[in-house]
Write a protein that binds this ligand. Structure first.
Ligand code: ADP
Ligand code: MG
Length: 476
């Protein structure tokens, strides 16, 4: 056998100048060796793994001791490469020591139609029809809303990790995945990222993404046309159903009823569901109790209001994508000042970049303040340092005088630092001005306090929550 192998590769080498580009037909001997190894994988790795990952492996070529096998997707290739390739190479080498490498390549539609049974091919045809129906209902995905374009920080880490689990899992890791959070914090972005990534990793899975509003519209349309059968079929044929802004169907009883049945049918078939809302399942007023409790069955992940670090990270990534030259100090300023949501933050950056282009000026801290005057004023909303000190003292059960005092005990000093931090992000006062309001402290003390709190907000959930609660009390 080794001879045969050697001859085959030498012959081909002589016969073709462009060897690398030419897949070399494996000899019947190599094909039969591969068939044996392929069958042995089923025993060694077990039926479930074999069917999910290894069954589609198809021998394509053999050259210089390398077996080239194909799979239909990049994701499969990477997965097999990290988890099974080494062992598969050993198994091949055990049969024929000349084999030193198994190379996995991606060939779309690598599964040849001849190997399909009739029922498989019928299933494929039915899928084809469903795909067209589903594609017509599914909303378009924003090309910018991918995992690559999503900046991860503490406030969204759980939601992001859960979303990744959903697209990387062979089976359904939790059902449903329920994402919730305030406006403009990245829920829709993450859902599109799931849809994109799912299509890329698992091209066989049928993915449907739409808003709850569109779900309702489709349902009402089907009711009017007396065509609810078709509606049901289409929704029940998907592998992954992603519904955005479920709070929209609050109070819409028949839509909820229909959604509940769709939801149950898909869960029963072990199909993945992803839902977003602006609040937790238990807080969804106007949604039927049965449905609410079902929504909380899987993994509930909330996206917290953004932190300074996350905002800065997003601005940096956005600056790179825009290819604009924006000084760091401007990004830091924006991250500090535009705290309401990410959409507004992006809008602010777009505005200053657009302004600089039109005015043919460099972007500076001064030009930024001028261009964003209205926005920044709205954010300042004339919150005073006195007010901040009162709220912070109240929150921590301290006296307002503790904010000015020289006491340095941690239980007083930390809240005071929180108040200084809030004074910086919620008012337009300078550091020395803030220092004066806190018992005549130096501006470097204020700077230190701000840095400290920013750091603690990333490390200590309690502090992050305290700051957020007081901030909301002041701005909301
Ligand atoms: P939501 O659906 O929660 O209201 P979106 O997903 O529409 O919010 O996000 C608003 C904007 O902010 C979008 O342009 C989105 O790309 C951007 N965004 C939100 N979070 C992030 C993030 N972590 N990284 C990058 N961009 C983000
Ligand atoms: Mg949204």
């Amino acid at each position: 056998m080794p001879e045969v192998v050697g001859k085959s590769s030498v012959q081909s080498k002589a016969g073709s100048a462009n060897l690398e580009a030419m897949p070399l037909e494996p000899t019947p001997e190599i094909q039969s060796l591969w068939n044996d190894v392929h069958a042995a994988m089923r025993k060694e790795f077990g039926e479930a793994i074999f069917r999910s990952w290894l069954k589609p492996l198809t021998l394509r070529a053999y050259y210089h001791g390398t077996m080239e096998v194909s799979v239909p997707t990049r994701f499969m290739r990477d997965w097999i490469h990290t988890h099974y390739a080494e062992r598969i190479t050993q198994m091949c080498a055990a049969e024929n020591p000349e084999i030193r490498r198994v190379q996995i390549v991606v060939v779309q539609n690598a599964i040849s139609p001849d190997s399909e049974s009739d029922s498989e091919s019928a299933e494929r045809k039915a899928n084809q029809n469903n795909r067209e129906g589903v594609a017509s209902i599914s909303s378009p995905l924003d090309p910018r809303f991918t995992f690559e374009g999503f900046v991860v920080g503490k406030p969204n880490a759980l939601a992001h990790a859960a979303a990744r689990r959903v697209v990387e899992s062979m089976s359904v890791p939790f059902n449903p995945l329920f994402l919730y959070g305030g406006v403009g914090l990245g829920k829709t972005h993450l859902m599109h990222a799931i849809a994109w990534s799912m299509q890329e990793n698992w091209p066989d899975r049928l993915v449907m993404y739409l808003s709850a509003e569109k779900f309702m519209y489709q349902f009402v349309k089907a009711l009017r046309a007396n065509d609810t059968m078709n509606f049901k079929d289409q929704f029940r044929s998907v592998d992954v159903l992603i519904i955005d802004d479920i709070q929209f169907i609050a109070g819409k009883e028949s839509t909820q009823e229909e959604f509940f049945h769709t939801f149950n049918a898909l869960v029963d078939q072990n199909k993945q569901i992803v839902i977003s809302a602006d609040r937790a399942p238990s807080d969804l007023a106007g949604i039927d109790e049965r449905l609410r409790s079902r929504l909380a069955w899987g993994l509930v992940a909330d996206i917290h209001p953004s932190s300074y670090d996350l905002r800065l990270g997003i601005l940096e990534s956005k600056r790179e994508r825009l290819g604009a030259s924006v000084p760091d100090s401007v990004l830091e300023f924006l991250a500090l000042k535009v705290t309401s949501n990410i959409r507004e933050l992006e809008g602010a950056l777009n505005r200053i970049v657009a302004h600089a282009e039109v005015a043919k000026q460099d972007i500076t801290l001064e030009s930024t303040q001028e261009v964003l005057q209205d926005l920044l004023r709205a954010h300042d909303r004339k919150i005073t340092i006195d007010e901040i000190q009162r709220k912070v003292a109240e929150h921590y059960n301290l006296r307002v005088s503790d904010m000015h005092s020289a006491r340095r005990a941690r239980n007083v000093a930390r809240p005071r630092q929180v108040a200084m931090y809030l004074a910086k992000i919620l008012t337009s006062r300078s550091l020395p001005e803030i220092g004066r309001k806190f018992g005549g402290r130096d501006h470097t003390t204020v700077m230190h306090a701000i840095r400290k709190i920013e750091q603690l907000m990333n490390e200590d959930a309690q502090i992050a929550q305290d700051v957020e609660v007081v901030r909301r009390a002041l701005t909301g």
